[in-house]
Design a protein around this ligand. Structure first.
Ligand SMILES: [Zn+2]
Length: 126
């Protein structure tokens, strides 16, 4: 009977020692982690939103040309689809846009239009 109790006591103290050692090791690992890293909680929506914001500008092009129309003739700033971003060809000189071609394409719907120029502004002011 005495022997049996001793066995249990020894077993319990060994288990206690192992658990204590394990908890202390875990604690020090958590502390090490917290000292070296910042924890940020980011939900999936944020990640998706960031993904669309960093979308490459070169990917900014129409998905289909089904709704595109030829608007060339009257210079315009805004496409009928609501977009005001255009793809057009330019020539640089001295780190600035020196010349741009007048044919431009809407990045959203693919319609072609005529780019506005300072000469066109003078026409509207008079
Ligand atoms: Zn458009």
């Amino acid at each position: 009977m005495y022997n049996d109790t001793m066995k249990w006591l020894i077993l319990v103290s060994v288990v206690t020692c192992v658990v204590t050692y394990w908890v202390m090791k875990l604690k020090s690992n958590i502390n090490l982690f917290l000292e070296n890293y910042e924890i940020a909680i980011i939900d999936k929506e944020d990640v998706e939103r960031t993904g669309t914001q960093t979308k490459e500008i070169l990917d900014l092009r129409p998905e289909s040309y089904d709704n595109s129309i030829d608007l060339r003739g009257t210079p315009t700033h805004l496409c009928p689809c609501g977009s005001n971003i255009w793809n057009l060809k330019v020539i640089f000189e001295d780190f600035e846009i020196a010349t741009y071609f007048l044919d431009m394409e809407c990045v959203s719907c693919g319609s072609v239009a005529t780019a506005p120029t300072p000469v066109d502004r003078m026409g509207t002011e008079e």
